[in-house]
Design a protein around this ligand. Sequence first.
Ligand SMILES: *[C@@H]1O[C@H](CO)[C@@H](O)[C@H](O)[C@H]1NC(C)=O
Ligand SMILES: *[C@@H]1O[C@H](CO)[C@@H](O)[C@H](O)[C@H]1NC(C)=O
Ligand SMILES: *[C@@H]1O[C@H](CO)[C@@H](O)[C@H](O)[C@H]1NC(C)=O
Ligand SMILES: *[C@@H]1O[C@H](CO)[C@@H](O)[C@H](O)[C@H]1NC(C)=O
Ligand SMILES: *[C@@H]1O[C@H](CO)[C@@H](O)[C@H](O)[C@H]1NC(C)=O
Ligand SMILES: *[C@@H]1O[C@H](CO)[C@@H](O)[C@H](O)[C@H]1NC(C)=O
Length: 488
Amino acid sequence: MWLYVLFLTVFPVIVSSVPVHLEARVDNGTEPKYVFAHHMVGNTYPYTVDDWKEDIALASAHGIDAFALNIGSDSWQPNQVKNAYTAAEQSGSNFKMFISFDMTILPCASSGDAAQLRNYITTYANHAAQFKYDNKVFASTFAGDTCTFGQANAAQGWQSQFTSQLTGANAVFFVPSFFVDPEQFGDYANAIDGMFNWNAAWPISVTTGVFNEIVMQAGAAVGKLLSSSSSPLTTQISEAVQNVTSSLDSDHQYIDALNKMGNKLYMSSVSPWFFTHYSAQSFDKNFLYLSDQLYPSRWQSIISARDQIPMVEVLTWNDYGESSYVGPIKGAQPNSQQWVDGFNHTAFLDLTQYFVTAYKNGSYPPVQEDKLYLWARPHTKDAQATSDSIGKPENADVLEDALFAVVLATSPAEVTLSTKSINKTVSVKEGLTQLSLPLEAGDTMSASLSRDNQIVVQLVPNNFTFEGSPQTYNFNAFASFASGTNPN
Ligand SMILES: *[C@@H]1O[C@H](CO)[C@@H](O)[C@H](O)[C@H]1NC(C)=O
Ligand SMILES: *[C@@H]1O[C@H](CO)[C@@H](O)[C@H](O)[C@H]1NC(C)=O
Ligand SMILES: *[C@@H]1O[C@H](CO)[C@@H](O)[C@H](O)[C@H]1NC(C)=O
Ligand SMILES: *[C@@H]1O[C@H](CO)[C@@H](O)[C@H](O)[C@H]1NC(C)=O
Ligand SMILES: *[C@@H]1O[C@H](CO)[C@@H](O)[C@H](O)[C@H]1NC(C)=O
Ligand SMILES: *[C@@H]1O[C@H](CO)[C@@H](O)[C@H](O)[C@H]1NC(C)=O
């Protein structure tokens, strides 16, 4: 672990350049790209049609085309689905909805269980706000690879009880997120039109053990080089972590498997964060995924491979329980107030627009306004919470005690990142730059962007102090942003 500590203290500013793993082919603009956001209907109990309209306006303004409505089994959910479709139709925008069946909640053992799913499809097939693809009713899932609907296996279940029963105007374009080895996708050839890669959004393989391995390997690599050159350990670890964070390996596995099936559609995913903290008596999940610089890094990877990725789903709009939301904090939280209240992610939503524009258009748009984004967790990863009965989340070690920044600059500028103990200024080019700076207990954070010694943007997040001794564990991100014309 000492190696990692060194990384944080010796070379404070890490300027990362994202490795591009694929040559983007020239896009001739004939294939439209879509960006969706996963909307947990289960968290919308108090929503009115106007609440939906507010979400639609916000999502639409940031380039999102539709909500994937994650449906569970609560009796009130069908009514919220109706409100969502109504709001989209009335919104006056071209915003759409589609159903994403949550198969960890909906029953799917008997053939009768499929009727409920088909009913959702037939109810909205002709709705003006239904998202269609290839002239068919687009539908997705979370999981569902163990659903048999009374048949011999899941592939037969979905095919005979769902896909093939929906015909004519009700025909579906079905892109589920089955958690199966891509090698087995062929088994589902008659049941699906594509696959949604839910887990591509996070480097889920980076557990504490894997992370320690990365640090050890970096140490060994640097050890060999020390005599001849000066490749610093920090760069090595940072690069290895960045490699994992930007990896498209999971996407390629899916794309290769789907291409073998005759060009089935691929839907990828991107997420700003993941942390969940429920006791064994509650939802019994207490873990996180490596998220630090994930959002800007993953988006850039997706954009580099955009010619092979026709659709991306942002995970999520409002899953407060897993800290992955980009939408506003509203509706009914699933007992996640402890790590969500005061931690809006509107900065991630704002940043989304820049990437969506690049993803859809094939080239990064010129930056119209100087912007600074800053985020950090609220306490050190080694902190022992003074009154938290649930315990430290799994994989806490893989994170960095640091602030993360994204700069969008209209032209070259000087950016200063500050904590209580460090002021660090770097020159940034026009466009996007990712930066980070280590944080220690007691640190505050702020940033500014200047040209010709004139401050153009200043960001001093209210009320942020990096704690060394929190009461309860919170590995969510505190995020904020400011722009050249509208500092907040
Ligand atoms: C665009 O590319 C597709 C396939 O790569 C091709 O079929 C199509 O003809 C091209 N369209 C134009 C306008 O070049
Ligand atoms: C990161 O990925 C690049 C490109 O694949 C590779 O050349 C480099 O060795 C990797 N760095 C580390 C530290 O793993
Ligand atoms: C899309 O990219 C082209 C250059 O490839 C540029 O001329 C055009 O303005 C871009 N459109 C948007 C909306 O950024
Ligand atoms: C960083 O710069 C600010 C503004 O010039 C100054 O107020 C502050 O004392 C500096 N902090 C450190 C640690 O040097
Ligand atoms: C600042 O933090 C205090 C204590 O945690 C809290 O009571 C207050 O509401 C916060 N203010 C803002 C503006 O977030
Ligand atoms: C979101 O949080 C940031 C940082 O605390 C704060 O500056 C901003 O006002 C908040 N925005 C909303 C819409 O709550």
